[in-house]
Design a protein around this ligand. Sequence first.
Ligand SMILES: [Zn+2]
Ligand SMILES: [Zn+2]
Length: 283
Amino acid sequence: MALIKWEVLLPKKFGDKIPVLFILLELIIEIVFELYVVFPTLYEPFSQSYNIHLAVGLFLFFNFIGNYYLSIVTDLTSGPNVLPSVLKPDWSYCPSCTLNTPPRSSHCFVCNKCILKRDHHCVYTGKCVGHNNQRYYMMMLIYLALGALYANYLNIEFTYEMLNSLDWKVVITFFAPVIGWIFGFTQSLSFLTCLQCSTCVVCLMLSLAMIYYHLALILRGQTTREWRKGIRGYNRGWRLNLLDVFGSRWYLIWFSPWVSSPLPGDGIHFVKRDKSLENVKDM
Ligand SMILES: [Zn+2]
Ligand SMILES: [Zn+2]
């Protein structure tokens, strides 16, 4: 397996470095918080419940971090495919790359390359989302939401265990821990505990909103860029649109980001709504 260079992994723009650092730091803080604060309160170390919850947590973490990693290191360009020297309909010329680029691709000035079926540049990965990595990006979001949901479940159990009552003040503390702390509903919980529980609530809401937004576009066969420009020519029906992103073995990608799921398209040629395949002779 080829070694990945640091310059591929690290974000190029300063504006991306802060969100990437925040995501990774928050992930480490969350793991330490659950393992050393929440787990010992709820479960006897290495009991059956402890081991089951540890396995669930590790599975969610492995899938999140694996998809995050692959969405960063995957090559998003046309790679070894030779692009034609004659400009075809729907193709465009990129003066930065000095190449004719396929429909749906566009140049990213942060990544400094033309990205196939470019969706958007993500500040939380420091890379673009496009044809070759959209599956990893979406699975990363899904596992972020599942991880946050699971952390919230543990945190609610933890809060209940600490406060041992269920009145309206406790309910507020469950769902908005920092507000509960500010109004003094939770003297037995520290500010840092409340802050970490609140971060998990915010993380769940944000990840669900992002999944909703991107899934709605995927089902319509649109990229974020096409949605902004009102381009609607590539909708093949929701089933084929989903296969275009998640691949032919979509039912297996839930187990591991390293499960192969070949994409039906190459990111260069697209079937438009009128079913006419663009035939381009490579020159
Ligand atoms: Zn370009
Ligand atoms: Zn980019």
